[in-house]
Design a binder for this molecule. Structure first.
Ligand SMILES: Cc1cc2nc3c(=O)[nH]c(=O)nc-3n(C[C@H](O)[C@H](O)[C@H](O)COP(=O)(O)O)c2cc1C
Length: 196
């Protein structure tokens, strides 16, 4: 059974760079036999948070929110592509994430951070770790940190130069970690229904 992994990315900038990392992750996960799907917050286009998904009467949530809720419920794992704005998360991805809560529960989540500089979005990655734990995901300990992103991945998300080589070397262990926890969580959900 292929792992159904949502790859979530949330920059709304015209000249956004993180889509390179999202593409890299989608390509490499597919090559391993997983079934990843990009959730591009800009394309989904949820409004700024007013009502959470669960606060709508059944069947009354906007169609994009309803469709995304279903995808989150069906997913085996989540991979957050975390850019860094002023040492923190990007608002587009945070806004999308906050619309849901129980829909995220009982699955593993991984974080791949990036930035324009050498700190590679590590500070945003750290903040996301706490956010995702609070939201009921089991955050795996492996993390990718990519920077400077422009020196690491080309426009097609292919690794370039020494930083690209380092990312390509780091990816398999990161993906192995996520795959192990994905399998473990799936088996446990089948063995015993989540308690709430
Ligand atoms: C509002 C804003 C704040 C930023 N803050 C940081 C920062 O704190 N640390 C950092 O390394 N890069 C920072 N950057 C640079 C981003 O890492 C870089 O623009 C990156 O490409 C953003 O991701 P995106 O292109 O996918 O939107 C910031 C960029 C913007 C637009």
């Amino acid at each position: 059974m292929s792992d159904n992994i949502l790859v979530l990315y949330g920059s709304y900038r015209s000249d956004r760079m993180g889509i390179r990392l999202a593409d890299f992750l989608l390509n490499r996960l597919s090559a391993r036999g997983a079934a990843p799907e990009l959730i591009d917050a800009q394309a989904v286009g949820l409004p700024m948070l007013d009502r959470m998904y669960k606060e709508y009467p059944k069947g009354a949530a906007p169609p994009a929110m309803e469709a995304l809720a279903e995808k989150i419920r069906r997913a085996d794992a989540f991979l957050f592509v975390a850019g860094e704005y002023n040492w923190g998360p990007q608002p587009g991805l945070k806004n999308l994430t906050d619309h849901f809560l129980e829909e995220w529960f009982w699955r593993p989540a991984a974080i791949a951070s990036y930035s324009a500089g050498r700190f590679s979005g590590a500070r945003a990655g750290l903040v996301w770790h706490g956010i995702l734990s609070e939201m009921g995901m089991a955050v795996i300990s492996s993390q990718l940190a990519v920077g400077p992103i422009a020196d690491t991945l080309d426009e097609r998300g292919e690794p370039i130069g020494k930083p690209g080589e380092a990312l390509a070397r780091a990816f398999p262990r990161f993906a192995d970690d996520l795959a192990w926890w994905t399998e473990a969580a799936r088996a446990q959900r089948a063995r015993r229904a989540p308690p709430y």
